[in-house]
Design a protein around this ligand. Structure first.
Ligand code: NAP
Length: 351
């Protein structure tokens, strides 16, 4: 059981992203030196939130230029690192070219980062941010699972370039990661498989799909009714802690479902409506056939509606609690703090 030395630099890919922001915050608070390979190290609009955190902490952050698609571009940043967090991967449900926009950066990026770990002499552990999307494709898939419950043993077999391409990108990337990890014995791979991530990030203007969905709710896109879309949710700050534990606990191993609550779009809408009664948010159920009709105008395909609306969603998070020691905060707190942040930052119009 190897011990990770946090006085050595820690590499975080995708540090400018929503999920990674809270992880960097946690690492800085522990006094770590972060190596942050990013696409645009000179874009202060993107790095200023991280710089502010570094200034207030005993840790520090150093930027490097790298792109998931550029072979060898992570080598420089990886020098001297024992611990690598690979979070970078596009999270978008609406893309023009799924191969180019999702699968290439997810798959080639994972290969690039892990091959850089192989070339390094220092890396001992890689924590990969995968997803529950690598476990299931559509909510309907859960009907065939033991106890109709997602577990770490299950893999997504139903997504493709044509249907749920984001989920497909996460599945092929995680599979590739295990293949590369199992072919060497210098470093250990641990994966984090979060459900839908919510809660205030360090940057209220982040571009993650998590923000798009809150904006849709705030704008009133679902004022006719809330879809019966069951999902799991986890707070971004609890997820950061889960990453940290996966990186530092000597006995951490394998995949980890990181999901606090088996929830639903309707529950999220009801929490927001109670706290913000002035917003055009419906808490009644939107009939499935209506959503099927309007699907393309709300960024969904009709096949997505058919296979995801009205099905149960249940995940077993016991490994994260018992083996990693993750604790989860109440969902209501997360959702209200998230909505508050977006309203206060002007991302969602004040009403
Ligand atoms: P995000 O805010 O969009 O972050 C994605 C990060 O990936 C950004 O830092 C982005 O860099 C980077 N990236 C994208 N394409 C790149 C490229 N070609 N080269 C280098 N970097 C690139 O999304 P997020 O929600 O934080 O997602 C982070 C991770 O969590 C992803 O692996 C995602 O699949 C996973 N995840 C997210 C959720 C969720 O609900 N949010 C759930 C499960 C898993 P730029 O800043 O330069 O764009």
């Amino acid at each position: 059981m190897e011990k990770i030395d946090l006085t050595k630099p820690v590499l975080v890919t995708g540090a400018t992203g929503y999920v990674a922001g809270r992880l960097v915050e946690k690492l800085l608070a522990e006094g770590a030196t972060i190596h942050a390979p990013v696409r645009s190290p000179d874009n202060k609009e993107k790095t200023k939130y991280l710089d502010e955190l570094a200034d207030k902490s005993s840790g520090s952050i150093k930027y490097f230029k790298a792109d998931l698609l550029d072979e060898g571009s992570y080598d420089e940043a990886m020098k001297g690192c024992e611990l690598v967090f690979h979070t970078a991967s596009p999270f978008s449900l609406n893309v023009e070219d799924p191969q180019k926009d999702l699968v290439d950066p997810a798959l080639k990026g994972t290969r690039n980062v892990l091959e850089a770990a192989n070339r390094s002499e220092s890396v001992k552990r890689v924590v990969l941010t995968s997803s529950c999307a690598a476990i299931y494709g559509d909510a309907k898939d859960t009907l065939d699972m033991p106890n109709q419950t997602l577990t770490e043993e299950i893999w997504n077999t139903t997504s493709s370039l044509d249907h749920q391409p984001y989920s497909y990108s996460k599945t092929v990337a995680e599979k590739e990661a295990w293949k590369i990890a199992n072919a060497q014995d210098q470093w250990k791979l641990v994966t984090i498989n979060p459900s839908f991530v919510v809660g205030p990030g360090i940057n209220p203007h982040a571009t993650s799909e998590s923000f798009e969905i809150m904006k849709q709710v705030g704008r009133g896109d679902f004022k006719m009714g809330a879809p019966e879309f069951n999902i799991g949710c986890v707070d971004v700050r609890d997820l950061a802690n889960a990453h940290f534990l996966a990186g530092t606990k000597p006995d951490a191993e394998g995949r980890h479902i990181i999901s606090a609550h088996n929830s639903s779009f309707m529950e999220i809408a009801a929490i927001i409506k109670e706290a913000y009664p002035n917003y055009p948010i419906a808490t009644r159920k939107l009939p499935k056939f209506l959503l099927w009709l309007i699907a393309p105008s709300v960024g969904m395909t009709r096949k997505m509606v058919a296979k995801n609306i009205g099905y149960p969603w249940k995940a077993d998070n016991s490994k994260s609690v018992q083996q990693l020691g993750v604790t989860y905060r109440p969902m209501k707190e997360t959702i209200i703090e998230f909505f508050d942040q977006l309203v206060n930052a002007g991302v969602i119009e004040k009403k």
